[in-house]
Ligand binder design. Structure first.
Ligand SMILES: Nc1ncnc2c1ncn2[C@@H]1O[C@H](COP(=O)(O)OP(=O)(O)OP(=O)(O)O)[C@@H](O)[C@H]1O
Length: 582
């Protein structure tokens, strides 16, 4: 239960709500306890023939008043406590999500998104159930059990009470045991269902590949298998669930039989009155639910605690990259320097970058070329502080990158990543992502520079066109250009294009680069490209091979040298010629 200490902020914030709720709940319980007693009094009155119409009427009025009070108070505690648990769910999920956004990409490389989603839904649900229903059931059951036992033991007959209680431990134990089975099987059902939805989702996302490889039948088979597994798991669950109610009814019937037989004999022998017999039966009826509930609460508590533990582990994860001793900087200007940088993603992996030395002055353009996997993107990851580098190796404006406040650093960089992620919203919002105040002119201007404007004008809703999920309705080249427009829109001090011109033809590429150079005054630009045409005008070009800089210079200098750059250049010339002759 110590795990729930992390929720202290919540309970102290909503103390009043919980105390009020529990008081109402106890008031309902007390009122409920009065009912059987009234029934007993009425029975005795009727049996002893001393009941008048008027007293009967009074009893009826009292019962109605109690019933109305129970109804109102029950509604209030439900609002307070069940509503409170919904508040907890919301606030906990907000905190959880906010915390996840602070974690670095390395964390996400090591944890599956599906698992994080499961924590955000299933675990937070389990915590909500325990903090809402669990607290209610525990308070309610314990109070009802103790209070009804005291009443029956004290006011009716202790021997009858003892006998009637014989099946109760059996009931609690079977709920507890069955509950464990149910929980296990329920988890299997959830896993089967998430497997089923994963299969469907993957099919929808990959529908083009599936069709192109004529895999519809194979996929149908896979789906049928997942669907059957889902049903089997549900059947296993139904088998345990199905036995619960009949078993409970049987065990409680045993209790009633004991009372009927033994209690009946006591009435015949005059040891208890008819009224006591009737109210005993009513108390017994009231005890059954709390006893069953105790079993449920124990299960709920176990589940809630396990979930709380898992959520706590994630919440205690310290962001690897954060502002520690930040320099007093308001803006950056764009001088970039890498000094003797050797970088590994993980200590046990070979270095992705070795002995890197680069110096770019503000306003200059640096181009990076190299074969796939040579470390180009890694250079950018380090500059964006997406991964941690040691102090003393990467500088912006002569300040160590680790001391530049993250917010300022990332606001000052316009980054067009390799995988152009678009949100399922309008083109305008995709372009203006990350900019709070903007005008349509700015959006249009960014689209013009990115050579996207004409394409957008051809769409029926122009800039209000909604981009389908992950931008399916746009071509690869259009998506790249939306991404470029997004980076331009930020008017950044440093613009980074990571292989962002690969899906456009060379003419468009040239126009984009020209447009960029016009607005590039004092802006440092880094272009990563596979095509020489994209990099030939850069102030300096570096060629990377297996994480090392193997060549550096301008286009003019590099094509004079034997080496990687010239190889790439020759190869591309050959490709172009081949294309022309085809
Ligand atoms: N998150 C990561 N964890 C571990 N290793 C990584 C990670 N990202 C990249 N690497 C490795 O680092 C090396 C350089 O990768 P990088 O992405 O920088 O190459 P690249 O030159 O940008 O390649 P491409 O042109 O294909 O994008 C590769 O060997 C890659 O496997």
């Amino acid at each position: 239960m110590g795990e729930f200490r992390t929720l202290n902020w919540f309970f102290s914030k909503y103390k009043g709500r919980y105390i009020g709720g529990i008081l109402c709940l106890l008031a309902v319980d007390i009122l409920q306890l009065v009912m059987p007693r009234l029934l007993g009094l009425i029975t005795d009155g009727l049996q002893q023939n001393n009941m008048t119409y008027a007293t009967l009427g009074w009893y009826a009025i009292i019962i109605v008043i109690i019933a109305v009070a129970i109804m109102i108070l029950r509604y209030i505690w439900r609002l307070l406590i069940v509503g409170g648990s919904r508040l907890l769910e919301k606030e906990l999920r907000d905190r959880f999500f906010a915390h996840l956004t602070t974690l670095s990409p390395r964390y996400y490389n090591m944890h599956k998104t599906g698992d994080l989603m499961a924590h955000a839904s299933n675990d937070i649900n389990a915590i909500r159930m325990f903090v809402g229903q669990g607290i209610v059931m525990a308070t309610d059951s314990l109070f009802m059990i103790i209070a009804s036992l005291i009443v029956v033991f004290a006011t009716i007959d202790w021997r009858l009470s003892m006998l009637a209680l014989i099946p109760f431990p059996l009931m609690a134990a079977s709920v507890l045991i069955a509950g464990r089975f149910i929980r296990e099987r329920f988890e299997e059902v959830q896993r089967a269902f998430s497997n089923l939805t994963d299969t469907v989702e993957e099919n929808f996302t990959g529908i083009r590949v599936i069709k192109a490889f004529v895999q519809e039948k194979a996929e149908l088979k896979k789906f049928a298998k997942a669907n059957k597994h889902n049903m089997d798991m549900n059947m296993r669950m139904v088998k345990v669930w199905g036995i619960m109610e009949p078993l409970m009814q049987f065990l409680s019937a045993l209790s009633f039989i004991i009372v009927l037989y033994y209690g009946g004999m006591m009435v015949i022998n005059g040891e208890i009155t008819m009224g006591q017999f009737v109210s005993f039966n009513a108390y017994l009826g009231m005890l059954i639910w709390p006893v069953i509930a105790i079993g449920w609460v124990v299960n709920m508590a176990q589940r809630g605690t396990a979930s709380m533990k898992r959520v706590n582990v994630i919440m205690n994860e310290r962001p690897e990259i954060y502002d520690d001793n930040p320099a007093d900087i308001d803006e950056i200007y764009g001088d970039i320097e890498y000094k003797d940088l050797t970088f590994r993603y993980e200590p046990n992996l070979p270095p992705a970058l070795t002995d890197i030395n680069i110096s770019v002055k503000r306003g200059e353009t640096l181009a990076i070329v190299g074969r796939t996997g040579s470390g180009k993107t890694t250079l950018i990851n380090v500059l964006l502080r997406l991964y941690k580098v040691e102090d003393g190796h990467v500088f912006i404006d002569d300040t160590d990158i680790n001391r530049i406040p993250l917010g300022i650093l990332r606001e000052s960089i316009g980054y067009v990543p390799q995988d152009n992620f678009l949100f399922s919203t309008t083109i305008t919002e995709n372009i203006a992502f990350g900019v709070d105040n903007y005008t349509m002119e700015q959006v249009e201007q960014a689209a013009r520079i990115a050579q996207l404007y004409d394409d957008v004008m051809d769409f029926p809703d122009k800039f209000n066109t909604i981009v389908g999920e992950r931008g399916v309705s746009l071509s690869g080249g259009q998506k790249q250009r939306v991404s470029i427009a997004r980076a331009i829109m930020k008017d950044p001090k440093i613009l980074i294009l990571d292989d962002s011109l690969s899906a456009v033809d060379t003419d468009t590429e040239e126009r984009i680069l020209k447009g960029l150079s016009k607005v590039r005054k004092n802006r440092t630009t880094i272009i990563i490209a596979h095509r020489i045409s994209a990099v030939k005008d850069a102030d300096q070009i570096i060629a990377l091979d297996e994480g090392r800089i193997v060549q550096r210079g301008t286009h003019g200098q590099l094509i004079q040298q034997e080496g990687l750059y010239k190889e790439l250049y020759e190869m591309q010339k050959l490709e172009e010629e081949l294309e022309r002759t085809q």
